[in-house]
Write a protein that binds this ligand. Structure first.
Ligand SMILES: [Zn+2]
Length: 216
């Protein structure tokens, strides 16, 4: 693989799936671009004998098999764990790595971590994510998507028009919900105008500070 930015060659499997460990030099084609093209064949041969390259090749094959639908990705909940050694970034990171170890999950294969934005988790130098990335640089930290949505809802609830909309939708919900006859009228109207609609009631979902919005 040629990089225009570095004006040199890299090994694609190693760049994607190479095992990254702090302080380990993976050499030309991984840590540094191949720029001496006259020696390209020799460099390539030397690189091909590296165990890290072979491991990366195997992982690439596994990845392609999953992507081509021959294998299913697996998503599993492991356990809740008490932070009995403290909640500093260092302590939480150590706890997570201990847990991975207890399940025989190899942290060198880590490619992502997701937490909320609390200082002890996301802090740039001493946060849990930074401690783990320091040891396993390929474990990219991303702000937890559910928490991002939560923050967006809390923020939007401060906007006047959104507050008004939520107030109106709550009144609309109460108008139908508390009166069976009105609810019946609503269901009849939905059946007449949208015969395929499966939802027949107006529900609300609750934002964290007590505001509610229409759910269906
Ligand atoms: Zn390689």
């Amino acid at each position: 693989m040629y990089s225009v930015q570095s004006d040199g060659g890299f090994c694609l499997p190693c760049m994607l799936f190479g095992v990254g460990r702090e302080g380990v030099d993976l050499g030309v084609l991984v840590s540094r671009p191949l720029t001496n093209f006259k020696k390209a064949l020799d460099e390539r041969k030397a690189h091909d004998t590296r165990s890290t390259h072979n491991e990366a090749n195997i992982k690439t094959e596994h990845f392609l098999r999953v992507m081509q639908g021959h294998q299913e990705p697996v998503e599993d909940f492991v356990e809740f764990s008490e932070c009995d050694t403290g909640i500093t970034g260092q302590a939480v990171a150590e706890r997570i790595l201990q847990l991975l170890n207890s399940y025989n999950l190899d942290p060198t294969l880590l490619r992502g971590q997701g937490y909320d934005g609390a200082g002890n988790m996301a802090g740039k130098t001493r946060g849990c994510a930074a401690v783990i990335t320091g040891q396993y640089p390929l474990a990219l930290y991303l702000h937890c998507a559910s928490h991002q949505l939560n923050l967006a809802v809390v923020k939007s609830a401060q906007v006047t028009s959104v507050r008004n909309m939520m107030g109106t939708s709550k009144k609309l919900h109460d108008f139908f919900h508390a009166h069976p006859k009105r609810q019946q009228q609503l269901e009849t109207a939905i059946e007449e105008t949208q015969p395929d609609a499966r939802k027949k009631k107006i529900g609300t979902c609750h934002a964290p500070d007590g505001f509610s919005a229409l759910r269906r």
